[in-house]
Design a binder for this molecule. Structure first.
Ligand SMILES: Cc1ncc(COP(=O)(O)O)c(C=O)c1O
Length: 349
């Protein structure tokens, strides 16, 4: 990876160890349940997440969609954050393919959906005008507010509310291992209140593709059928599972390094006059920052110069704002190189 690519942790390449394991992987036809490596990955994932069963899916988006389809009937409703990935960035799959409507509520500064907002969004089941509220979706870590992790206590309180109101709880845990690393807790405790949880193997964990959906045996059985319906029944995917096993066993243990690098990048950026960010928000591997009006260069122009002249890539989130995400291929040394480049381009604009 020769550019310093901070646009996302989705840009990560598999590690040399993953490539070797993929080459050596024992495979079979997974639609017949005969791929030994995928079976090993699914057992490992279920055990680590503290759920009865797990299913390998093609992407985080597919995992979230299957969860919605498995929990809800057509005409049901789910309560979801207004700027959540599931609502904004998953092509409205829940409504297009599942006939499930989304009741959106604001995401708070700390990445949570307020309990009061969730409660207020639950429809009165006696009123025949309303859809049936069936599901609440949380996102941990929460990408919209800077990768903020949701705590065990908070997730438990949502789980209790869901049980009280006979609702299911799904967690889009694309980066749940980052949340566990940030709290220094067992990922099981973050997953425990949820009926289902998905997480990505392909982001900070470096696998080339895939995500995992976990839940009860009955839920996963329904999910396996739904995955097939969506065209996601795959064959010799032990090749991908081999990378996924390393992702879970090894890559989850090093995420704290990405978080320290993100802190260092954020500190360095906030030392540059004219660049602003909220250090409180930097809790995992994401940094959101913005330029003030003291220079005329905008975010699009700045990223173009950074890419062209310094091989540093940032994600533009607004006219004067950016996102940077640290990951396996961004070493502490590369953070310093990126910082020097950003400072130089900004100060000479
Ligand atoms: C919070 C969150 N959920 C789900 C996804 C979807 O993952 P995928 O790109 O594998 O579909 C992403 C992807 O960036 C994400 O950030």
């Amino acid at each position: 990876m020769d550019s310093i690519d901070l646009r996302s942790d989705t840009v990560t390449w598999p590690t040399p160890e993953m490539r070797e394991a993929m080459y050596q992987a024992e495979v079979g036809d997974d639609v017949y349940g005969e791929d030994p490596t995928i079976n090993r990955l699914e057992e490992l994932a279920a055990r680590r997440l503290g759920k009865e069963a797990a299913l390998f899916v093609s992407s985080g988006t597919q995992g979230n969609l299957i969860a919605v389809l498995a929990h809800c009937n057509r005409g049901d409703e789910m309560i979801v954050g207004q700027s959540s990935h599931t609502f904004i960035n998953e092509v409205a799959g829940a409504s297009a393919l599942g006939g499930v409507s989304s009741y959106t509520i604001p995401i708070q500064q700390e990445g949570t959906l307020s309990l009061a907002d969730i409660r207020a969004a639950i429809r009165d089941p006696r009123d025949i005008h309303y859809p049936t509220t069936r599901l609440v979706c949380l996102e941990n870590t929460n990408g919209a507010v800077g990768g903020i992790p949701l705590s065990i206590q908070y997730t438990r309180s949502v789980g209790e509310l869901c049980s009280e109101c006979d609702l299911k709880l799904h967690i889009d845990g694309a980066r749940i291992w980052n949340a566990a690393a940030a709290f220094g807790c067992d990922v099981k405790d973050l997953a425990a209140p949820a009926d289902s949880i998905s997480f990505c193997l392909s982001k900070g964990l470096c696998a080339p593709a895939g995500a995992i959906l976990c839940g009860s045996c009955d839920f996963i059985e329904r999910s396996r059928r739904l995955r097939k319906m969506l065209g996601g029944g795959m064959r010799q995917i032990g090749i991908l599972a081999a990378a996924g096993i390393i992702a879970i066993e090894k890559m989850t243990k090093r995420l704290q390094t990405d978080h320290s690098n993100a802190k260092r990048l954020a500190e360095g950026l906030s030392d540059i006059p004219g660049i602003h960010l909220n250090m409180q928000q930097v809790q995992t591997n994401m940094i959101f920052f913005r330029l003030d009006e003291s220079r005329s260069i905008d975010a699009a122009q700045m990223t173009a110069v950074l890419a062209r002249e310094h091989n540093v890539r940032l994600d533009v989130t607004g006219p004067r704002s950016f996102r940077a995400v640290t990951h396996y291929w961004i070493t502490a040394e590369r953070i310093e190189t990126a910082l020097a480049a950003i400072r130089q381009v900004w100060e000479h604009a």
